[in-house]
Design a protein around this ligand. Sequence first.
Ligand code: UD1
Ligand code: MG
Length: 431
Amino acid sequence: MSLSVVILAAGQGTRMKSSKPKVLHEVSGKAMLFHAIDAAQSLSDDVVVVLHHQAERIEKKITDHYSGIRFHLQDAEQYPGTGGAMKGIGFKHERVLILNGDMPLITTDSLHALVAGDADINMSVIKMEDPSGYGRVIIDEENVKEIVEEKDCTPEQKTVQTVNAGIYAVKRELLDRYIPALSNDNAQAEYYLTDIIKMAVEEEKSVHPVYVKEEEFKGVNSKLDLAQAEVIMQQRIKEKLMMAGVVMHLPETIYIDCRASFEGESILENGVTIHGASKIIESHIKSHSVIEEAIIKQSSVGPMARIRPQSSLTDTHIGNFVEVKKSTLTGVKAGHLAYLGDATIEEGSNIGAGVITCNYDGKAKHRTVIGKNVFVGSDAQLVAPVTLEDNVLIAAGTTVTKNIAKGELAISRTSLKIVSGFFDKFFGIKG
Ligand code: UD1
Ligand code: MG
C-alpha cells in the first residue's frame, strides 16, 4: 500500500505529571510510542515521528530500537498545535495516515479500516456518552462537515456526542495545500489540524467518518489512563495466549510483558510475572514466580522463584526461593533457597538447599562452571571463578575456593566437638 504514516508526539503531556516524556511511559513493557511505531511500520515504509518536548531524549530512545524512522522537529513556539506539528513535513507516498503517540491500544485491524476505501479523507470518530474534552464532529448524512474544538463550541455544538478520535487518513495532495494555509484564529491561538476538514468540505472533497472503538482510540493523558490501558492490554495478551494453549490459573493476577513468547503447552499459576522478551516453552511456572527476560524450556519453576535476565533453563527443576541470574542450567535440580549467578550447570547435577555462587568479589563478576552429575551439598559456597568437573561431590557446608577435578570429594568443615553434660552445667540445672 502506498501509505506514509506520521506519529504526532510533540506535546508536553502535562497531565502525566512526570519528568519522563509522556509517550515513553510503558504499557505492558513497551513505550506507548513504540506501540504506535510498531503499528505504523506494519503498514508503511515511510514513518515520520514529530517531536518537540524532550525531542533529543525521545529520538535517542527510538534510534536505539528502530531503524528507518524519520524525525520532524516541530517549531512549537511559532506554530503550536496539531496543525503546527504537520508544518514542513514531506511525505513519500500519496496517502498519509496521521497517528498520535499516546494511543497504545490501537490495533492494526482498526488502522486497516481507516485506510480502506478511496475517500479524500477518512477520519476516526467515536460516539460518546460524555464527549467533553474532545473536538465535536458535525456530520451531515454520510459526510463530515466540520470539527469544532470544545473551546470553540457553541452551547448547541457542545451537545454533539460524535467526537474526533484524532486519527486521519488524508491524501497527501490535500495536506500539501491545506497545512500551509492553516490559521491560528481560534480560542487557543493554535494551528488546528482539524481545520483541514473544513477546507476539504469547501472544495467538495469526500470526508468519511470511520466509527472506531473508544477503548482503542482513547488517548493516555494521565497515570490513571495509563493504568487503565495496562488492564486492557494485559487482558488482550492473556486471552490470546490462552487461546493458543497456555493454561492460566486466576489470569487476572498474572502479568505478562507484550514481548514475551510461548511455545507449546505451558502452565502459569496465579501471581506469576513475566517480564521482557522471555520465552516459555512447555513449562510450568508456579505461583508468584518472577521471570525476567529468560528462556525456560521443559522446566518447572517456583513457587516463589526468580529467574533473571540472560538465564536459560532446560529440563530443569527450580524450587521455592531460588534466584537464578545469567546462568545456563540443563537437566538440573535446585529445589530450595539458592542463588545461582553467572553459572553453567550440566545434566544430572543437584544443587542443595542454601547453596550460593559467590560470583561477585566487590569489583568484578566471575563464573561458576559445574559439570555433569555433580552433587552440591546444602549450604555450600562456591567462590567464583571456580570449576567443578563431572561426578564431583561437595559436602554440606563446604566453602569451595579451588577447582575440583572429576570424581573428587571436597569437604571443608571445622571438626565437630561434643561436650557431654554441658547444657545442665551451663544453665546451672541440678539434678
Ligand atoms: C485533538 C483534536 C480533537 C480530538 C482530540 C482526540 C485538534 C485541534 N484537536 O485535541 O479534535 O478530539 O485530539 O484526542 O487536533 N501534538 C503535537 N504538537 C502540538 C500539539 C499536539 O505533536 O503542538 C500531538 C500530541 O503529542 C498528541 C496529539 O498531537 O499526540 C494530540 O494532541 P492533543 O493536545 O492531545 O490534542 P487535543 O487538544 O486533545
Ligand atoms: Mg488529547
